[in-house]
Write a protein that binds this ligand. Structure first.
Ligand code: PEP
Ligand code: CO
Length: 460
């Protein structure tokens, strides 16, 4: 980062996916208020995540990132927060067990309120209205589509309340590995999934018993009683992000640096990663680890130039590359990306998002869905392509929820196209439900078990 960088510099660059408000004076009042509100995360937490992601980039740990496509203010409530944390904890437990390496957990949560859209408007009852841009811009209700600046403050307070409850949960032993059985398997229909999860829990309890017997675990070990949990969102609304960007002392060097204090990790979407655009300009200046979505339209040389811009010192793991090509496109694009990045000398965290390249329209012609086989297809090919190219997949990124929604087709509960309307709740992209999320974790865990033996991805 050049010494002259400031959090406002992006305003001189062309911007896409911007929100236009009617009353600029109202926007200014809101931004002034946001600027005075306290940080939500600390420099030490962000530095800690950066360290953990360096390990992930070096293949010493595995990143699990997941949560809603569009988080709603309404999800800021006890049950949905607990359900999401529970499914991410259970998935991470399965992954640790299978892969035998630590898992870094980042939730798409406590701020994932803004959405880029392919079209700024849509037709409703013969009238053109703004598309839903996420709860921090406008409402999903067609009568509430006018962008409202007050929603930016709503985003701050809902993020803060969500994060506060997440911290409360972790502090009060929700993530205690001594009691994984309390994360019960309500709503899981498949006997196989239940059996496999329970078998891991039994083995874990046995191992903990053994450790207690030999005195290695006296029940107060921090690593077993609680876990690190980080929060993330897409850095889309740059005015909001700028207000939460503060100069803080680095926990390691004590130097004053710019941190985004609204989340530990931020990413740049596939629609906003223009090399000379406002979003890249903003992202290059912050200390936080950042993600860049990489899609079929990303040219390998453009990817390298983006990496040089946002990470000129080539810090290992500072950037997470989240590939999302679609199940049919991995072989075509990923090898070139891996090779270009290798030659550039950058060492990113390679992550697969098997969701965003695999969105389809259901047979009713209106609902968006994703097929579990495509998701697993993209994931397994990404594992293989990395392996074949002497690289390693370091993590996964999912749109998921802890609830029993019916938005994606397939999985061990065998959801069919006809079942989608039973509990279709998403306001944006279709998410894996609780059981499908565990299914994916088991498949990845099995890949690692097989890797130790045959190096093959398990069949469905
Ligand atoms: C998202 O992650 O919700 C998203 C919009 O993804 P992408 O930018 O990869 O399309
Ligand atoms: Co999405």
């Amino acid at each position: 980062m050049s010494a002259a960088w400031t959090p406002q510099d992006w305003k001189k660059k062309p911007i896409v996916q911007d929100v236009v408000y009617e009353d600029q004076a109202h926007v200014d009042r809101v931004l002034n208020k946001l600027q005075r509100l306290p940080p939500m995360v600390s420099a030490a937490e962000v530095d800690n995540l950066r360290k953990q992601l360096k390990d992930a980039a070096l293949g010493k740990s595995f990143l699990l990132q997941g949560g809603d496509c569009a988080e709603l203010f309404d999800y800021c409530s006890q049950d949905p927060i607990e359900a999401k944390i529970k499914v991410l904890l259970q998935m991470s437990l399965v992954l640790i067990w299978g892969a035998r390496i630590p898992v870094v957990r980042i939730a798409r949560m406590a701020g994932q309120y803004a959405k880029p859209r392919s079209k700024p408007t849509e037709m409703y009852n013969g009238e053109e209205i703004h598309s839903f841009r996420g709860d921090n811009v406008n409402g999903f209700d067609p009568n509430d589509r006018k962008p409202d600046p007050e929603r930016l403050l709503g985003a701050y307070f809902h993020s803060a309340a969500t994060l506060n409850y997440l911290r409360t949960l972790l502090d009060s032993g929700f993530a205690d590995l001594h009691e994984p059985s309390k994360w019960n398997l309500d709503h899981v229909r498949s006997e196989n999934v239940k059996r496999e999860y329970e078998s891991i829990v039994t083995q874990l309890i046995d191992s903990l018993d053994f450790m207690k017997t030999i005195g290695a675990d006296n029940g107060t070990s921090n690593a077993l009683q609680s876990v690190d949990f980080f929060v993330s969102h897409e850095a889309l609304l740059l005015n909001y992000e700028t207000c939460l960007t503060r100069k803080l002392a680095s926990s390691t060097t004590k130097e004053m640096k710019w941190y985004n204090t609204g989340a530990h990790f931020l990413w740049i979407g596939d629609r906003t990663r223009q090399p000379d655009g406002a979003h890249i300009e903003y992202m290059r200046g912050i200390e936080n680890p950042i993600g860049i979505k990489v899609g079929p339209s990303t040219m390998p040389e453009q990817l390298v130039s983006l990496l040089n811009t946002v990470n000129p010192n080539k810090e290992i793991g500072k950037v997470t590359l989240i590939t999302r090509f679609g199940a049919d496109n991995v072989e075509k694009h990923l090898p070139q990306h891996i090779e270009a990045v290798r030659q550039s000398g950058h060492i990113p965290v390679w992550v697969c998002d098997p969701m965003h390249g695999n969105t389809k329209t259901a047979s009713d012609g209106s609902l968006k869905t994703r097929h579990f086989v495509d998701i697993i297809g993209e994931l397994s090919q990404t594992f293989r392509v990395h392996e074949r190219n002497m690289s390693k997949l370091n993590g996964v990124h999912f749109e998921l929820t802890g609830d029993s929604v019916t938005e994606c087709i397939g999985g061990s509960m065998d959801l069919k196209d006809d079942d989608l309307s039973t509990n279709y709740q998403t306001y944006c992209d279709p998410r894996l439900n609780y059981e499908q999320s565990l299914d994916v974790a088991f498949l990845i865990a099995k890949y690692y078990e097989n890797e130790r033996k045959t190096k093959d991805f398990p069949n469905l």
